[in-house]
Each structure stands twice: as C-alpha cells, then as structure tokens.
Design a protein around this ligand. Structure first.
Ligand SMILES: Nc1ncnc2c1ncn2[C@@H]1O[C@H](COP(=O)(O)OP(=O)(O)OP(=O)(O)O)[C@@H](O)[C@H]1O
Length: 237
C-alpha cells in the first residue's frame, strides 16, 4: 500500500541555518504521528512546509503521489491538507455553526462530507454549535479550531500544540477526539505538542526532531526507551 502522505528529504534553510534538515517520513490514512523535540528543533517550520505556507529549500511532500509542497497554503488546503495554529483564531461573536459555514465556503470545490453535527459530535462539541465562539471555554475554542479545519474535508490534519493550556481532563478529551477523527474519518494526523501525557497515548508513531533533523522515530514505547531521546529531550517525562 502506498502511503497517503510522503515527506521526502525536506530541507528548509534560513540563510545559513537549516531549520529543517533532511526530514523524511510516511503516514497512512487514519494514522497519528506525534512530532516532538526541544524548542527550536524545527517542528513548526516542518508543519509550515507540510501546510504549504513555507516553500521547502529541497525535498518534497506528496499526497497520494502528487506533489503538494511549494504551492502555497491555499492549494495545500484544496489538496486536502489543513492545519491549526498555536493560537486560537475565531470570531468571538460568531457562533460555531456560522464559523463552520464560513470555513466550508473558504475552499472552492472542497468541503467535508461530515455534517456540522457530525463534526461537533466527533469532537465532543455537541450542544455548543449555536453558542458564540467567544463564550466557549478555551479548551472548547481549541476543539473549535479543529472543527473548522475538518469542515474543509482534509485528508491530512496538522495540529500545532493543540493541548497547550489544557488540564489533564481536557487534554485526555482532546486526545480521544483526535483519535475518533483519525479512526472514523480516516484522516491522517500530524500533531506537535510538548505535553507527553497527551501525546504518547495518542500517537501511533513518534518522530523526534533535534536541530532540524530526525533524532529518532518509532512507536511511543520505542521512543520512551531511546537513550538519545531521553538524554536530549524527554528526561524524566
Ligand atoms: N522565519 C524565520 N527566519 C529565520 N529563522 C527562523 C524562522 N523561523 C524559524 N527560524 C529558526 O528555525 C529554527 C526552528 O524553529 P521552529 O520554530 O521550527 O522550531 P520548533 O521546534 O517549532 O520550536 P518550538 O517548540 O519553540 O515551537 C529555530 O532556530 C528558529 O529560530
């Protein structure tokens, strides 16, 4: 079986600095890849290349065999790659339902087959569709950002620190929601987060970055036992 997403030797340079330095991995439909590493190791830059906002200096990202990288964010979303950001971006006075309508109309020729109610159900936001986004808790606002990304009908979902600021219960609910999205919609998920209690039980595989390169890749169990990873990043986590 060919992978849904193939990242092949991606490099992103800023002058003399290789923020991403030859990263390769594949991801199947319904798979969840955790992306971890110290501050400045290149995780956000790599997400930017996947999302089309950053042109790679070298290498390619292909979705179902078609090159998706280096063509801008809009074309990446149209191809089926959607992302969320570290900060929430919602109109406070708009309801979640109105926001979903806007998100569905944003990408010509691409919308989710799942209804607003289906998306809300998957994410544990049922009952909140008609509330103004500004009245939602910050955890619900983070889930609402994922709902907007899902409204564009992505095949690949990129999540940039979705659990930041969440307590243990909230991050466990988020992990369960992301798992449902992967399992039921068959969406491939790449998730960056520093919260190992959230990420390790959620991810099928984990990629550890250090200074732009891949330090280690494997199952969460393999990564937890990897001495180089423990020394450089995980410590006692
Ligand atoms: N636009 C830019 N111009 C120059 N250097 C940049 C730019 N964006 C990122 N960098 C540098 O690239 C490296 C990787 O940064 P990046 O933000 O991708 O790391 P990160 O792993 O996401 O960090 P964090 O965990 O803090 O979010 C850092 O050294 C950063 O300073």
């Amino acid at each position: 079986m060919t992978a849904l997403l193939t990242v092949d030797n991606v490099v992103k340079r800023y002058g003399g600095l290789a923020a991403v330095d030859g990263v390769s991995f594949t991801l199947d439909a319904g798979g969840v890849l955790g992306l971890i590493g110290p501050n400045g190791s290149g995780k956000t830059t790599l997400l930017g290349v996947l999302a089309g906002t950053h042109d790679p200096t070298a290498g390619t990202v292909t979705l179902d065999g078609r090159v998706a990288s280096g063509r801008g964010a809009h074309r990446a979303v149209r191809a089926g790659i959607a992302r969320t950001f570290q900060t929430t971006r919602l109109f406070g006075t708009w309801t979640l339902r109105d926001s979903l309508r806007l998100a569905r109309g944003e990408v010509k020729g691409r919308t989710s087959a799942a209804s607003d109610d289906d998306i809300a159900d998957l994410l544990g936001l049922d009952g909140l569709l008609d509330r103004p986004c500004g009245a939602l808790t910050s955890a619900a606002q983070r889930l609402a950002m994922i709902a907007l990304a899902l409204a564009t009908g992505p095949r690949v979902l990129l999540l940039d620190e979705p659990a930041v600021g969440m307590d243990t219960g909230e991050s466990a609910a988020l992990a369960a929601a992301v798992r449902r999205v992967a399992d039921r919609l068959g969406v491939a998920v790449v998730v960056v987060d520093h919260n190992m209690h959230f990420l390790m039980p959620l991810a099928d595989r984990v990629l550890v970055m250090a200074a732009g390169a891949v330090l280690a890749a494997g199952t969460p169990e393999e990564i937890r036992a990897d001495e180089a990873v423990i020394a450089s990043y995980l410590g006692g986590a």
